[in-house]
Design a protein around this ligand. Structure first.
Ligand SMILES: Cc1cc2nc3c(=O)[nH]c(=O)nc-3n(C[C@H](O)[C@H](O)[C@H](O)COP(=O)(O)O)c2cc1C
Length: 409
């Protein structure tokens, strides 16, 4: 709960915060040529006016810290989107297009962020999306993210490519976790992964269905996990036959051929026959796919375009959300990710029918900047912003966010 005193403090602090956390593009920063002479990724809504030399007060400040700390190819792996990054930009630009129309004199002085996701109580409707390669951003990788999520009372969506094993992440923190599955071609490996996630106490299985990133920056940088990390990752997944003596080329070749990128809807029957865990499909943008997912028995749908990392020129997720919510007719919980950088973004997603949102890049920045403490701080900043805007919009809880708050132009 946030009371009037905290709100008053935020009001008083407002002017100071605005000075350090502009959303204006820093041309000098982002026009720096990347290797190969092309422009680096531009997510202008995320570019802090001032490099965050002082205490970060917004996600843009954490982005600046991550950029300063990470090797450029690693930062660009986190940051960039596919092809011309139309979808990447749209994900954030679409929030700016949606305007808020709050009622005045609502008399609301406190609000609650608590909710449930797939039957699990959480302290805030902001979850951590599955993000690959976390030990590239901080030595503690997904272990740090798991502890931060636990500390903030939220769900950690653990990527199958997080670079820590299912069991390592489970041992790091006992907070609620969802396991995001990339499907190995070898179904016995997949079957064991499902059983391992269930045995380790994960609360849901997330099947990502928008597969195959296509990013110029990563190809230009020849970005890949270091050999040792990739070897450990493949072993963590449970692939038999991975050999210590393999060259980097061997490991990369094996990894490229190990995953199934072409499965179809039958996969949900297969999963359902192997687990009682709630099933979530991640990567839905079309109404007919949402209805098909319901028929396939999923419990949750993540409206996602993979953070603009896969097929360029797909629409912004917030623009698709109301259509998916209407198609689902309350038969599954609907989540959204992509472009969430502000409390107002979360509020708009809730108003348009999301049960909760997930964040990807924002917590990757936090992890790079300061490990567990950085991820926790990112969640705190978004939580505080959400509390502030809920009160400003007269909402007593995250369950009472009316669609009428969002003015569609
Ligand atoms: C560095 C990075 C790695 C990602 N790795 C995965 C992954 O392993 N599995 C997955 O389902 N999605 C992955 N995603 C997509 C996120 O789960 C999420 O859909 C996206 O980041 C949301 O957009 P946002 O970054 O604007 O918050 C990744 C995203 C980023 C930025």
């Amino acid at each position: 709960m946030m009371n009037r005193r905290t709100f008053g403090h935020l009001l008083a602090a407002g002017t100071a915060l605005a000075a350090s956390c502009s959303t204006t593009t820093d041309a000098a920063d982002d026009k720096r040529p990347a290797a190969g002479g092309a422009e680096p990724s531009l997510d202008s809504s995320l570019t802090s006016a001032t490099p965050a030399a002082t205490e970060p007060v917004c996600i843009a400040d954490f982005r600046a810290l991550a950029k300063a700390k990470l090797p450029r190819p690693t930062f660009e792996f986190v940051e960039t989107g596919s092809a011309d990054e139309v979808t990447l930009r749209e994900n954030t630009a679409a929030y700016a297009r949606l305007k808020l129309l709050p009622p005045v004199l609502s008399g609301v002085s406190a609000t609650s962020l608590k909710t449930t996701v797939l039957g699990q109580s959480v302290d805030l409707p902001i979850l951590l999306a599955p993000v690959a390669a976390q030990r590239m951003y901080h030595p503690q990788g997904a272990l740090a993210a798991a502890r931060a999520a636990r500390g903030m009372g939220t769900v950690f969506g653990v990527s199958s490519s997080a670079t820590n094993s299912i069991e390592e992440v489970a041992a790091a923190a006992d907070g609620p976790k969802w396991y995001q599955l990339y499907m190995p071609k070898d179904r016995t490996v997949a079957e064991r992964l499902v059983a391992r996630a269930e045995a380790a106490g994960y609360k849901a299985l997330v099947l990502t269905v928008d597969l195959g990133e296509w990013k110029d920056a990563d190809r230009r940088n020849r970005f890949m996990l270091p050999r040792e990390m990739l070897l450990k990752h493949l072993r963590d997944i449970g692939f038999a036959g991975v050999r210590d003596g393999w060259t980097e080329a061997d490991v990369v070749k094996f990894n490229a051929s190990a995953w199934d990128l072409t499965f179809s809807w039958e996969i949900f029957d297969w999963l359902r026959s192997r687990t009682k865990l709630p099933l979530v499909i991640k990567g839905v943008l079309r109404e007919d796919d949402a209805r098909r997912a319901i028929d396939a028995g999923v419990n949750g749908i993540v409206v996602s375009n993979h953070g603009g990392r896969r097929l360029d020129t797909m629409p912004a997720t917030i623009d698709r959300l109301p259509h998916i919510v209407a198609a689902v007719e309350g038969k599954a919980e609907v989540f959204l990710d992509g472009g969430i950088r502000r409390g107002t973004d979360v509020l708009k997603a809730l108003a348009l029918g999301a049960r909760a949102v997930l964040i990807g890049r924002p917590y990757a920045y936090g992890l790079a900047a300061d490990g567990e403490a950085g991820v926790k701080r990112v969640l705190e900043l978004l939580r505080d912003e959400l509390e502030n805007v809920l009160i400003a919009c007269g909402c007593r809880s995250v369950g009472e966010v009316p669609a009428s708050l969002v003015l569609k132009s």
